[in-house]
Design a binder for this molecule. Sequence first.
Ligand code: ADP
Ligand code: MG
Length: 408
Amino acid sequence: MRFSELGLRAAINDAVDALGYVEPTPIQEKAIPLILDGCDIIGSAQTGTGKTAAFSLPILSRLGPNGPGPRCLVLEPTRELAQQTYDNFLKFARYTQLRVGLIYGGVGYGPQREALARGVDVVVATPGRLLDHLGQGTLRLDRTKFVVLDEADRMLDMGFLPDVRRILLKCPKERQTLLFSATIPPALETLCAWALHDPVKVEIGARRAPAETVRHVLYPVALAQKQALLLALLEQIHWESVILFCRTKRSADEVVNVLKRAHHKAAVIHSDRSQKERQQALEGFKSGYYEVLVATDVAARGLDIADVSHVINYEVPEHPEDYVHRIGRTGRAQASGDAFTLMTAGDAPHVAGIERFISKKVDRVKLEGFDYQYTALFDEQRLGSLADRKTRGVRLGKGYFYGPARKR
Ligand code: ADP
Ligand code: MG
């Protein structure tokens, strides 16, 4: 399937070409024709599967020439996501005359007011600041034909649903409403029933297999040696950029401090950091100033941070889907990547869950030259290989091999 077969208008297809997209992703292939047909949609697919283009391309295709507006409203839960979606709209609209506006909180009103006064066809906004503009009369939504509720699960988590309802009440009833989300929890079903009209559900199942281009391994280690092993890994392997995942905000803060003390350029994003701090961390990482970005799963959700050379799971994720999702941040676009997961004895059940989910055993490796303390995990491995020997009478190895330590 090619983009040109989906029915988008030429100016939009040209922009897609210019971006180097060759094939639509599964959610795009399914959702774009339906949106072009005027259907309301509930689209769910994992993060990173191209949901932004799935709604913005057909909307831009159908907006036609400039008009009094805005005629399309896109709501996003956070400032970073609003910025990211806005950037996408600009790229997709480059061969049209359509004007796109960006509205979010934490910055002055002046420039936003001026942009709105000049006129916009599409507004990408976070709910709070949008309500302020509606209250001040600097924006009206009575010509809105398309409403997108993007990253709706996150909007729910952040307590934005009442704001979203208030905003929707200001939009015409005659409109096309599209809701996109990585997951559709029950609380969202209620919103869908209220806000959408005969929606078509487009669901793309979670990918269970990590990309072939990612080499992923487990590093069993005693709890007390986790930090030391992390620093040794960073010392020994050849890496360019790393996303390091933690399960909690607290451990993310701890790890970033450990890294900084070891003179690594590291930044952290999680939900207790201010928008400004998160923005700064993200931009610094994308520009290459920070070499390591420490993140929690929630903070990283939806953010388009790809093409890192290494993903390190400092903590094993609780949900197997998060594992696939985390390690998918590397090895994109045919480039290969490495994903390392530090594992302590307490993580064994979660690792087993991951291995069941991806139907594959993940190799255990040791870092060469690291002075390992004993952990029960090493026994378990030896038992495993002994059992193999008994039943098959072949495998003799130690059960471990040394990790992919390419020296700098
Ligand atoms: P989601 O909203 O599902 O998390 P995004 O819309 O942020 O995902 O897209 C993730 C990344 O995939 C972006 O960098 C985007 O440019 C890229 N992308 C989207 N669609 C395609 C495509 N058809 N071909 C190649 N890359 C794509
Ligand atoms: Mg998205």
